[in-house]
Design a protein around this ligand. Structure first.
Ligand code: PLP
Length: 423
């Protein structure tokens, strides 16, 4: 305990890491603790904090997916271990699913099956970490990357996403951050927390920058195909021949089954850098430690990927589009909040707080705690994703709950607006 070596520094660093779950549970506790606020009756709690739409009946997973899992479970054929890298049919089905959007074909050997996209993140960072190495992460971003990097003693450097440019990567920033110890840069597309979708042009520029810096691109495409604006979703792997790409994804968001824990780590790299025997051996060994998701779940994947109907995806997209439009227009109507552009993908958006218009709100954290206590609405302070004095709003909720929550946010903001500014 007292030998203040390097290990301890890392521990301190780890303890200071904010997690989304940590902040959200503090917000929830503050609602529960502050029982007799206002007129004594507490409003129903609405959370726009966490991205788990499965709690809402409008986001029901497709029947075919449920049937597929029941069938593989009851077949009695999948009670044993699977190969640690995944069942062959599962790897093949994921390779075919992803190849549909690529100019080349992935093989089963490119695909490794993980427990959700979270584990794919861990795999990527574990494989890349080595003494002295650093990784470039987006700000704002997804804090699991920082958490994972700190366990791996992998140095993190942040590049900015530019709100005035549709949250594009600040590529000049990337170039100035990188050095010969930089192993990779991470992009999340469609974006969490920003709700943006990158154009082909920008993805190509990212690939060219990575090529110039001789680094990998880790593409978190857990929201793949959840695009509802003018820009279609294009996978980063399309530019895998410019710079090798590791594609991370899962069933969690597109199929709305985050609890099924089925994801993938895919080497989207037509030049074959990841097919070198030594590299493959290393990846396989790491998967031996993980063991992989439940075998019957893996066995259901081919049917889930091949037979989910287009109408299911369409329905999700329609709700997300409706909700994000509603959210955007309600925010435009609140003077102290601003959102530069309509979200066009994923399930979240970033909203800026103009603190100078507010009377007694110190910062984003203060905003969120007071909002929770006074209005029983939970939203995530921007600090949790790296942007102080912003908010992250998750709009993948029941439309009526969203309406109600936006109404409460508006009255909260008006109540705290400086009196001379009240109209
Ligand atoms: C939800 C999410 C993940 C984790 O996905 P799981 O499949 O639930 O593990 C990873 N990255 C981002 C950006 C996410 O929003």
């Amino acid at each position: 305990m007292e030998n203040g070596g390097a290990g301890n520094n890392y521990e301190g660093e780890l303890n200071s890491k904010v997690t989304i779950k940590g902040i959200l549970s503090l917000l929830m506790e503050s609602i529960e603790g502050g029982g007799e606020h206002g007129d004594g009756k507490r409003k129903r709690v609405i959370s726009l904090g966490m991205g788990d739409p499965s709690a809402y009946s409008c986001f029901h997973p497709p029947d075919v997916a449920q049937h597929a899992v029941v069938e593989t479970l009851q077949s009695d054929m999948f009670n044993g271990y699977s190969p640690t890298v995944g069942l062959p049919q599962t790897r093949r089905a994921i390779a075919e699913y992803l190849s549909k959007d690529l100019p080349y074909k992935l093989s089963s050997d490119d695909v490794f099956v993980t427990s959700g996209c979270t584990q794919a993140i861990d795999v990527a960072l574990a494989l890349l970490a080595c003494p002295g190495a650093n990784i470039l992460l987006p700000r704002p971003g997804f804090p699991i990357y920082e958490l994972c990097a700190s366990f791996r003693h992998l140095e993190v450097r942040h590049f900015d996403l530019l709100p005035e440019r549709g949250w594009e990567v600040d590529l000049e920033g990337v170039e100035s951050l990188a050095d010969h110890n930089t192993v990779a840069m991470v992009i999340i597309n469609p974006g969490n927390p920003c709700g943006n979708v990158y154009s082909q042009h920008h993805l190509r520029k990212i690939a060219e920058t990575a090529q110039k810096l001789r680094i990998l691109v880790i593409a978190d495409e857990v929201y793949g195909h959840l695009a509802f604006g003018d820009t279609p979703f294009v996978p980063m792997g399309r530019y895998g021949s410019i710079s090798p790409v590791l594609t991370l994804g899962s069933l969690s968001k597109r199929w709305i089954v985050p609890g099924w824990r089925l994801g993938w780590f895919v080497t989207t790299d037509p030049s074959g850098m990841f097919r070198k025997p030594k590299v493959v051996e290393r990846i396989k060994k790491y998967f031996d430690i993980l063991g992989g998701p439940a075998t019957f779940m893996q066995a259901a994947v081919p049917r889930i990927l091949e037979q989910t109907e287009a109408s299911f995806f369409k329905k999700t997209i329609n709700i997300l589009k409706h909700n994000s439009d509603a959210c955007y227009s309600r925010i435009k109507d609140i003077p102290c909040l601003s959102c530069l552009q309509k979200p066009s993908g994923s399930m979240a958006m970033m909203v800026k707080i103009n603190l100078s218009l507010l009377e007694d709100i110190r910062d984003d954290i203060d905003f969120c705690f007071k909002l929770a206590r006074e209005e029983s609405v939970i939203i995530l302070p921007g600090l949790a994703v790296g942007l102080k004095d912003w908010l992250r709003i998750t709009f993948a909720v029941e439309p009526s709950s969203l309406e109600e929550a936006m109404g409460r946010i508006k009255s909260f903001c008006l109540k705290h607006t400086k009196p001379n500014l009240n109209i």
